[in-house]
Design a protein around this ligand. Structure first.
Ligand code: DGT
Ligand code: CA
Ligand code: CA
Length: 581
């Protein structure tokens, strides 16, 4: 059991205690301990072995004993008993947007609601609105929340699916007889959310059976859905589905291209092949009209790699991220594919939080982590005063932070902290800081965090007004969406991009895996309008800085090149840019 698993269990204990209506201090102690453990820099195993857990702030005797039990035995009696004492459906109900432990407890106590289905029925019969502290509006929101949950239930956030796929790939790779293997599907295309994981293997025929066995007996399998000679499917305990396909090595490049998709891209590729008189499928190129089934394909062209397939069709290689049938085949034919941005192009980032607002790490720790990544600069952007829920800074605290950054900067060689803010765009489009404060900062990220329920016209106007403010460097998370949780506020993104172009403002590609906002589908337009994109992590701890690299994947999907991105600039150029901006 690692610290992350321990942190998750502690957090769940806190929630279970809330569901039971326990003393709030006790509940909070578990939530806090969870956060502390998940960001622990020391090795937790070592701390337990040396009996030093209690040196950590917020970890008393009871918590220390529980963490020790978890680490040593992989279980915790207290947690198991707690879980047994409540209907298991209550925890699932917390996934409905707007429902916290307090409300779930009332629903259970008063209406005996134990599952999301029961909740949906009760709300449809207006029994929920009648409860104290609920009302018709809350009831309506609950119904919408359930709908949205159902809509998203079968998709997963990118990093979650990627970690899962990498673990399985590691196991498959080491099996005897495996020749090549890769992740395919939407994960290879770096989509913002993933339906299921697709893995492709080429192997000697004699090895297929034990490869399939290794896959279906993987320790995290919940259910084997199918096990066959060419394809097996499993459902993992994490509720992610995973497909494994095994082909022979001659078929491999064709199968990889086919199962990478997208479906729409495949259809266009097949149409192009037809113009050459060929049929293209997952087994190969064959002459139209000849037998196309596996094993009977008379390949007209042999291809060893995906590159060979594109070459046969007189196309340059199309990176998987671009295979969405959004003009990539035409561009590949005319040699006009973009030279996509890479992880190595990133030289720093903006929009990072510290423990001065709702972040976890200190500014020093964030700066150190950025330098370990080899970056030249890091933009600190804590919340502004109206964002009370996120520990927004007041005037004095922000001024203090600016001073602190100056002081820190005198100690760095070849690195610089940039002082900034994530300033709230207030409902009328004005900013939460006055000009006196804003002009003292190196950069300003303006973003909406309140009053989401506006019409498209209203929120577009609100954003454009903020963009026009001369102190604003960039617009943060343009739609405010939380993937698989809530849609963003309605925005006319074309108008927003046009305004950013007119006023020379940057637009953030917020790279938090729940946001990926600006959506990649708008990146190409922004690029055409020469709007610079900043790939920002919205990091709340040192680990969060790495989200920039997920953002690079999304930027690649949006046809973005190094020169389209603010934080590929050197420190010197950034300082010049910010001075001019
Ligand atoms: P997902 O799993 O919903 O995130 O999206 P994908 O793209 O991974 O879709 P999936 O897992 O259903 O199938 C993997 C790839 O297989 C898909 O991207 C393209 C290919 N594929 C699947 N079904 C079809 C089909 O009916 N026609 C064509 N041309 N390709 C298909
Ligand atoms: Ca898939
Ligand atoms: Ca699939």
């Amino acid at each position: 059991m690692d610290k992350q698993e321990i942190a998750e269990i502690l957090d769940e204990i806190g929630t279970l205690l809330e569901l039971k209506g326990e003393n709030p201090f006790k509940c909070r102690a578990y939530h806090n301990a969870s956060r502390t453990i998940s960001t622990l820099t020391q090795d937790i195993k070592e701390l337990v072995a040396q009996n030093r857990l209690r040196e950590i702030k917020g970890i008393g005797e009871a918590l220390s004993d529980k963490i020790t039990e978890l680490l040593e035995t992989g279980r915790l009696g207290y947690y198991d008993d707690l879980k047994k004492s409540l209907p298991p459906g209550l925890l699932a109900m917390l996934n409905v947007q707007g429902l916290g432990p307090k409300k779930v407890k009332i629903l259970f106590d008063k209406l005996k609601i134990r599952t999301i289905t029961e909740l949906q029925q009760a709300a449809a019969q207006h029994k929920v609105a009648a409860l104290d502290g609920f009302g018709a509006k809350t009831e309506e929101n609950i119904l919408q929340g359930i709908e949205s949950l159902k809509k998203h239930a079968d998709r997963h956030l990118y990093p979650h699916a990627k970690t899962t796929a990498d673990c399985i790939l590691d196991i498959i790779k080491t099996q005897k007889g495996v020749i090549r293997c890769d992740i395919a599907g939407s994960l290879r295309r770096k989509k913002e959310t993933i339906g299921d994981v697709d893995i492709l293997v080429s192997a000697k025929p004699s090895a297929v059976k034990h490869i399939m066995n290794a896959f279906t007996t993987y320790s995290d399998v919940d259910k084997v859905i199918a096990q066959g000679e060419t394809k097996s499917s499993i459902l993992l305990k994490s509720s992610i589905n995973c497909d494994l396909r095994v082909v022979n090595d001659e078929e491999y490049p064709f199968a990889l291209a086919y199962f990478t998709g997208s479906k729409e891209h495949n259809v266009s590729m097949r149409s192009l092949a037809k113009k050459y008189g060929w049929s293209l499928n997952e087994y190969g190129f064959s002459k139209i009209g000849s037998e196309e089934k596996r094993g009977n394909v008379k390949r007209v062209i042999n291809c060893k790699t995906e590159e060979d397939i594109f070459q046969a069709l007189k196309l340059s290689f199309i990176p998987p991220e671009l295979r969405e049938n959004m003009g990539e085949i035409d561009s590949a034919r005319t040699g006009n594919l973009p030279n996509l941005i890479n992880n190595d192009d990133i030289r720093g980032t903006f929009h990072c939080h510290t423990n001065a607002s709702d972040g976890i790490n200190t500014m020093d720790e964030m700066a150190e982590a950025a330098q370990i990544l080899g970056w030249e600069y890091l933009g600190i952007a804590d919340h502004s005063k109206s964002a009370a829920y996120a520990g927004g800074l007041n005037n004095d605290k922000l001024k203090l932070q600016i001073k602190e950054i100056e002081k820190q900067n005198s100690t760095f060689k070849n690195f610089r902290l940039l002082s900034g803010t994530e300033v709230d765009i207030l409902p009328d489009g004005s900013l939460d800081w006055n000009d006196d404060i804003l002009k003292r900062l190196d950069f300003v990220v303006a973003a909406i965090h309140s009053k989401f329920k506006m019409t498209e016209v209203e929120s577009t106007k609100r954003i454009i007004k903020a963009i026009k403010n001369k102190h604003v460097t960039m617009l943060g998370h343009p739609t405010g969406r939380l993937l698989l949780e809530r849609d963003g506020y309605p925005v006319n993104m074309i108008d927003v991009i046009n305004a950013a172009a007119d006023y020379g403002k940057v637009i953030e590609l917020n790279s938090h895996p729940m946001r990926f906002d600006l959506d990649w589908r708008y990146c190409k337009y922004a690029k055409e309008k020469r709007v610079i994109i900043s790939i920002n992590p919205d990091a709340h701890n040192i680990g969060g800085l790495n989200d920039v690299f997920n953002g690079v994947g999304i930027a690649r999907k949006g046809w973005i090149e190094k020169t389209d991105v603010l934080n590929t600039m050197s420190l010197k150029n950034i300082l010049n840019f910010l001075k001019r901006a």
